[in-house]
Design a binder for this molecule. Structure first.
Ligand code: NAP
Length: 312
């Protein structure tokens, strides 16, 4: 099929998707980026980004994403809002089912990113919005002068704990091991912050709540077996991420955690389908790596489309 609706369709509008869109539209490919909710992805719920080059002193995540978006518009990238339910491979072209409507293209770039992992404890779903949260920038201000807990030991947990000290009276940082996974600079800030109490080797055993929402939690030390009850009004869960790849699980090779298997060339097991950013198997999940991936995927798609156009 030579006449497809688009040359390339990019699924997801985070840093990887917007970069892929920028490169593809600058290469004069007819390009569409489909976003489910809000352009900018996880960066829209991030505070200060300190490791994006060129911004000494940092830049707020949403502001950086607004600049990405403006840059895409400059090159004429089309954006649509919708949910891609299915991709069907027809060899030289692909069909996407978007909210029940079909669209065709020659290449697809998947940049659907990740969503926060849940604790999986009884009562968790019912307490979301009543004390349990997965986003400190979204919900932190609700806990002014109240004690809260952050669960996890990675970069996200560390950044959230530090951010939450602006509002909370006290922050318990509950980690299942005796060493944080977070980068050294964040660890140093955590240990220097008087509002943060580390609760090592511990997991959440259960939530305590009343009609108003979360009032406490039982935390258990896995080494000693002892448990303690803490009074908290908020709990921010930051225990890693799950990729948004369910819609391609019957088409693409995924790893055991659901990430799309591909290398740095972003090429998946289906020719013409590329995966970029956090949704693929990567050693590092950063804006900078997502941006690099988006650029690679767009260049790969451009090469393929060139070959298809010359063959037809
Ligand atoms: P992560 O690095 O995978 O860390 C998840 C943390 O949660 C780990 O400390 C892990 O413990 C703990 N954990 C996992 N499952 C758990 C469970 N069921 N119960 C209790 N604890 C559990 O995830 P992340 O912090 O969300 O970061 C994701 C990626 O984004 C990482 O590559 C990170 O570097 C990156 N990131 C970077 C920045 C930045 O550069 N500014 C900011 C945020 C995120 P263990 O340590 O024992 O495994």
């Amino acid at each position: 099929m030579s006449n497809t609706d688009y040359d390339v369709i990019i699924i997801g509008g985070g840093p990887a998707g917007m970069t892929a869109g920028l490169y593809a539209s600058r290469a004069c490919l007819k390009s569409l980026m489909i976003e489910k909710m809000i352009l900018g992805g996880q960066m829209m719920t991030t505070t200060l980004v300190e490791n994006w080059p060129g911004y000494p002193g940092g830049i707020e995540g949403p502001e950086l994403m607004m600049r990405f978006q403006e840059h895409c518009v400059e090159f004429g990238l089309e954006t649509a809002y919708g949910t891609v339910e299915k991709i069907t491979d027809h060899g030289n072209f692909k069909t996407l089912l978007v909210d029940g409507k079909e669209m065709t293209c020659k290449a697809v770039i998947i940049t659907t990113g990740v969503i926060p992992r849940k604790l999986g404890i009884n009562g968790e779903a019912a307490l979301v919005g009543k004390g349990v949260s997965y986003c400190a920038t979204c919900d932190g201000a609700f806990f002014r002068n109240q004690p809260i807990a952050v669960i996890g030991g990675g970069d996200t947990a560390a950044e959230e704990a530090l951010f939450l000290t602006r509002f909370a009276s006290k922050v318990y940082m509950v980690h299942r091991r005796d060493k944080l996974r977070a980068t050294k600079i964040l660890q140093d800030r955590i240990f220097a912050n008087e509002k943060i109490e580390m609760v090592w080797n511990s997991v959440v055993e259960k939530f305590i709540s009343d009609n108003s929402g979360l009032t406490g939690a039982v935390l258990c030390d896995m080494k000693t077996g002892t448990c303690r009850q803490v009074e908290i009004n908020g709990m921010f869960v930051a225990i890693g991420v799950t990729p948004t790849t369910g819609f391609v699980k019957n088409l693409l090779h995924l790893d055991e955690d659901g990430f799309i298997r591909c290398g740095e060339d972003t090429i998946t097991n289906v020719p013409g389908i590329y995966a970029a950013g956090d949704c693929r198997t990567t050693v590092l999940k950063q804006v900078s790596t997502a941006v690099g991936d988006g650029a690679v995927a767009a260049i790969m798609a451009e090469k393929l489309i060139d070959e298809l156009n010359h063959a037809s």
